[in-house]
Unconditional design. Structure first.
Ligand SMILES: Cc1cc2nc3c(=O)[nH]c(=O)nc-3n(C[C@H](O)[C@H](O)[C@H](O)COP(=O)(O)OP(=O)(O)OC[C@H]3O[C@@H](n4cnc5c(N)ncnc54)[C@H](O)[C@@H]3O)c2cc1C
Length: 479
């Protein structure tokens, strides 16, 4: 088929690669310039205006890492050669290894490297034409209640195709383009993630090693009014992310470097990580706000809202970045789309769409709804409500997320199932339906917290604010 893909982010690049290698003729359109000869070091220096979160930390969960390795082994090897690091989470599991444990590997790599490796592979494919500096401005097609999309309108002229793929990311305007052709608007669910992110990358000093042994993945903690997470990168880099509620105007001061560093110094774990003897900062503080969970439904009661048009990646669904699902789902969408096109004849766009969405929807929807439930619970906790994450009949989403994670290092099976759930290797029902294992989590939590809840991993909010204001030369003000 002649396929045009709008957007060369993670989803567009991996879909182009999968389709081009399956024998389709692919045109990939991207509004940013495409630097064909760039090294990965040059990609880290940018520019990349098309994606606001390009330099934000990204984690590659085990499922995404496995799909990448199996589907595009050359890309995976290029990432390892460029310094990506494999973190063997299976080594955290107590007791005897089981089949499948070897898949529990997280890939530490910065996002610009991932795009660099994918783009390099894409540029080598004879069936893929990559056009940078081209702004997609609308869809071409035959009007109707279910319009037939036949191409894209761009800043460089029209591009005709048998199939149009929307990989324009979380701000894709494609829904309005389809409505201009007469389509019913895809039903969209959306809810705020309720947090703002501040991130900074660091480079480990020679001989320094991340303190991983006490954590299921890497250092993280909840302060009761905000939290911190760390992300491992390539080449001995890591990022500290401080997240705060969207509503906390005082803590937005963390966007300033002195305040961010002062906050890190107030939290014992991050104080060690940000210590100049341990690591040196290699980026500025990167803010990220306006975060939403969004899910679009392109199949209505009567079937697809348009023919010849399929959305992938963030344009279809995006969730709180703290759950790190986007890279994995981009790959799932790319590979399942390829399978759907292999199975369904090219002249049957209705069945193509039905097949594609049938393959991706159940897993995508359950992760979306879980993300919304977790965000709602966390927002309530950060507002001061007490939610019980230690019992199945308390806050169930938190019980299976934070509760299970809190005791996972104490029990092999809890650890395995928790990592497989987080890492998207299992469907949610694997743990959700295992009542015996959940009872074990309850027992472990009861034992662990017999003497009361553990101390918070950082200072009270007022103390943190005083310290960060002090770092900015500010005093006073209400807290
Ligand atoms: C702060 C943050 C942190 C994240 N962390 C993680 C993580 O740890 N792990 C994880 O798995 N996922 C993470 N994600 C999600 C992840 O980045 C995405 O899900 C994934 O990269 C897929 O994005 P995409 O390709 O669909 O869209 P994008 O990456 O946004 O790509 C869209 C592309 O379309 C181009 N484009 C846009 N408009 C036009 C136009 N009109 N014409 C031509 N081109 C256009 C853009 O320039 C861009 O290249 C994070 C997201 C955010 C916001």
């Amino acid at each position: 088929m002649r396929i045009v893909i709008a957007g060369a982010g993670m989803a567009g690049l991996s879909t182009a690669l999968a389709l081009g290698r399956s024998g389709h003729d692919v045109t990939l359109l991207e509004r940013n310039c495409i630097f064909r000869e760039s090294t990965w070091e040059e990609c880290l220096r940018g520019p990349r205006e098309g994606i606001a979160h390009f330099f934000q930390p990204h984690a590659f969960w085990p499922r995404g890492r496995l799909l990448l390795k199996n589907a595009f082994p050359d890309v995976y090897q290029a990432l390892l050669d460029a310094g990506a690091c494999e973190l063997h989470l299976n080594r955290k599991i107590r007791g005897e290894a089981q089949p499948g444990d070897e898949d529990l590997i997280y890939l530490g790599v910065r996002r610009p490297l991932i795009e660099w490796a994918l783009l390099r592979a894409v540029l080598r494919e004879p069936r893929i034409a990559v056009r940078g500096g081209v702004r997609v401005m609308g869809t071409l097609g035959r009007q109707g209640a279910v319009p037939v999309v036949t191409g894209l309108r761009t800043s460089e002229g029209d591009v005709q195709a048998d199939l149009v793929i929307d990989a324009l990311g979380r701000t894709s305007p494609a829904s309005s383009w389809l409505q201009a052709l007469g389509a019913t608007a895809p039903r969209t669910e959306s809810s705020p993630c309720g947090l703002v992110y501040y991130s900074r990358y660091f480079q480990l000093k020679p001989g320094a090693a991340m303190p991983m042994q006490d954590y299921l993945i890497s250092p993280r903690g909840d302060l009761g009014y905000g939290g911190f997470i760390t992300f491992l990168g390539d080449n001995r880099t890591f990022a500290i992310v401080l997240s705060i509620p969207t509503s906390d105007a005082d803590l937005k001061i963390l966007q300033h470097e002195p305040a961010f560093m002062a906050a890190c110094r107030q939290i014992p774990v991050t104080a060690g990580l940000a210590d100049p003897a341990f690591a040196e900062p290699i980026s500025r503080v990167l803010p990220m706000g306006g975060l939403l969970n969004t899910l679009c439904h392109y199949i209505g009661d009567e079937g697809p809202v348009a023919f010849g048009f399929l959305p992938i990646g963030d344009s279809l669904c995006h969730t709180n970045p703290a759950y790190a699902l986007g890279l994995t789902f981009s790959l799932i969408h790319a590979l399942e789309l390829c399978e759907a096109l292999r199975k369904v004849p090219a002249d049957d766009p209705r069945s193509q769409a039905m097949e594609y969405f049938a393959r991706i929807t159940p897993e995508m929807n359950e992760r979306y709804w879980l993300g919304c439930a977790l965000d709602a619970a966390r927002t309530r906790m950060w507002q001061g409500q007490r939610l019980d994450f230690t019992r199945r009949d308390g806050c169930h989403p938190l019980f299976l997320f934070a509760g299970a994670a809190a005791v996972a290092l104490d029990d092999g099976e809890v650890c395995r199932k928790t990592l497989r759930r987080m890492g998207v290797l299992d469907r949610l029902s694997t743990f959700d339906d295992d009542i015996v294992l959940q009872q074990r989590v309850e027992e472990l939590l009861a034992r662990k917290f017999a003497e009361g809840p553990p101390p918070r991993p950082g200072p009270p909010r007022a103390e943190l604010i005083r310290a960060v204001r002090g770092s900015m030369g500010q005093t006073g003000g209400t807290l």
